[in-house]
Design a protein around this ligand. Sequence first.
Ligand code: G3P
Length: 215
Amino acid sequence: MKFYLDTGNVEEIKRIVKLGLVDGVTTNPTLIAKEGRVFKDVIQEICAIVSGPVSAEVISLDVAGMLKEARDIATWAPNVVIKLPMTEAGLEATHQLYLEGIKTNVTLIFSVAQGLMAAKAGATYISPFVGRLDDIGVDGMKLVKELRQVLDQYGLKSEIIAASIRGIGHVEQAALAGAHIATIPGTLLPALWKHPLTDIGIERFLKDWEKVPKP
Ligand code: G3P
């Protein structure tokens, strides 16, 4: 499973790129707003740091507006991916961008039907929101598992980005459910390499090392 960072924060990305753990980045208007910087500047900076796909979301709700934004964003960097909402207009724009050879990520997917529609329209990536489903008492990871089954069953090319990831358990379950990618908040990813027994183990080794006769 690939790891994307779900962030617009360049410092978070730089830290984790050094570990070879960033296969791509996803952003959304909320994450971009948190940075207080110009959208294009943030996306271009991220695209220069990360060689993998970087999702940048359109904000128009009509097809013409989405396509205008998408065609502009697509010129910002070779690895940029256009993120579009899962609506009728989003599907039409996704299909048109597919015909133009522009990569897309259809976001805000909450059902198998929505995921199937987006994949059939030609989305490069589909993003089921696991945490937000869990929030309303629906098993978000079940959706990831079922989407993978449907994509495989019909030979559809879209890749699943498990999004709205809230904890280590979600990352592990996404891998088990067959997500191609998990997009993980930059603040959460460091928690993945931490374990209290690792820290206790290091402490114990260092303590015992003091007993080793020194030359
Ligand atoms: O980028 C989309 C998604 O990952 C947002 O997550 O935590 O706002 O539901 P969240």
